[in-house]
Design a protein around this ligand. Structure first.
Ligand code: ZN
Length: 73
């Protein structure tokens, strides 16, 4: 089972858990999710935007970009 994370709010779709709130029972594979599936948490991102999370390998390659606000003096 694979997890997919929303790049915007961090919502995690777990195939093992599914999204019963949206009508996807536990075990619903990501492939079974329609392409226009919106993030159930922020409704901003859709399925193609989600990032694959490899649960088998703990690869810490996604660093959190700190939005540095430049102070214009
Ligand atoms: Zn989201």
């Amino acid at each position: 089972m694979t997890c997919y994370q929303c790049p915007d709010c961090g919502y995690l779709y777990d195939e093992q858990v599914g999204c019963e709130h949206e009508g996807y029972v536990p075990g619903t594979t990501w492939q079974a999710i329609p392409e226009d599936f919106p993030c159930p948490q922020c409704f901003v991102r859709e399925k193609p935007d989600f990032i694959v999370q490899n649960t088998a390998e703990s690869d810490k390659s996604n660093k959190n970009d700190n939005a540095t606000t430049r102070n214009t003096v």
